[in-house]
Design a protein around this ligand. Structure first.
Ligand code: GLP
Length: 244
């Protein structure tokens, strides 16, 4: 019998972000050498703001933290405004004390992306992730593991679904500028984390949230594999939890 997922549902989004960040910050306070798995997208921003605030107030230091980001677009220079490298520096890294040598983000501009994927997995295998922060795609993806991705996958290149490119088009000048491929930690890599904190908000996530929690464990909803993880915390607002 699997451990049940820990589901936290909130009316107030501020409280959701407060509690989810507190969980991670308290872990870092107790274990300064925490290895964090980090996500991009709109969802984690509330967590990153609270990390920065806690750091500025002197409550936490990220000096000994190691970070591994889930994914990066293929073909975007790291300094491109929409690269996840830029996103992470803008929204978190440039405002906290994490040393740049502790930051890991897959390189979507590597000449050999297979070698880059292996290289990323080697680094991951040396530093097991203590807490993995996740968002959720409207089609149930985690990282950029689109529906159909094998549960045994490690870091790899993925062809993005049109729906994902449309979801992310809001960050680009046009849909056509959204890269067609990404390099992402695999589902197996994500499942190695000791603890997973997934946040989903908004009614547009309600179906994916339902499939993740109540649906069959199936490749059609990559996040459904989290039902088999022994230490998952889901932070949902009322709208995202609507179908439960
Ligand atoms: C993006 C990212 C995911 C993220 C998801 C949801 O494509 N690769 O890591 O969780 O889609 O994004 P958002 O939080 O903006 O809804």
């Amino acid at each position: 019998m699997n451990e049940p997922m820990n589901i936290h549902v909130y009316e107030q989004i501020e409280e959701l972000y407060h509690d989810a960040s507190k969980r991670i910050i308290e872990h870092i306070q107790k274990h300064p050498e925490t290895t964090l798995g980090l996500a991009t997208g709109s969802t984690p921003l509330g967590v990153y703001q609270r990390f920065i605030h806690a750091y500025q107030q002197g409550f936490v230091s990220f000096k000994k933290v190691l970070s591994f980001n889930l994914d990066e677009y293929v073909g975007l220079d790291r300094h491109h405004p929409q690269s996840y490298y830029t996103f992470m520096h803008q929204h978190l890294f440039s405002s906290i004390d994490i040393p740049s040598s502790h930051i890991h983000i897959p390189n979507g501009m590597a000449t050999d992306l297979v070698v880059e994927s292996k290289h990323y997995d080697t680094k991951l295998s040396k530093h097991r992730i203590d807490i993995q922060l996740l968002g959720l795609g409207t089609n149930g993806h985690i990282g950029f593991n689109e529906p159909g991705t094998p549960f045994t996958s490690t870091t790899h290149v993925i062809e993005l679904k049109e729906s994902t490119r449309k979801d992310n088009a809001r960050f680009f000048k046009s849909f056509h500028e959204v890269p067609q491929r990404a390099i992402t930690m695999g589902i197996y890599s994500i499942m190695q984390a000791k603890e997973i904190v997934l946040i989903a908000t908004g009614e547009h996530k309600a179906q994916a949230v339902f499939d993740m929690i109540k649906g069959p464990i199936h490749l059609a909803c990559p996040a459904s594999i989290l039902q088999t993880h022994t230490n998952v915390h889901l932070y949902l607002d009322y709208a995202a939890a609507k179908a439960l």
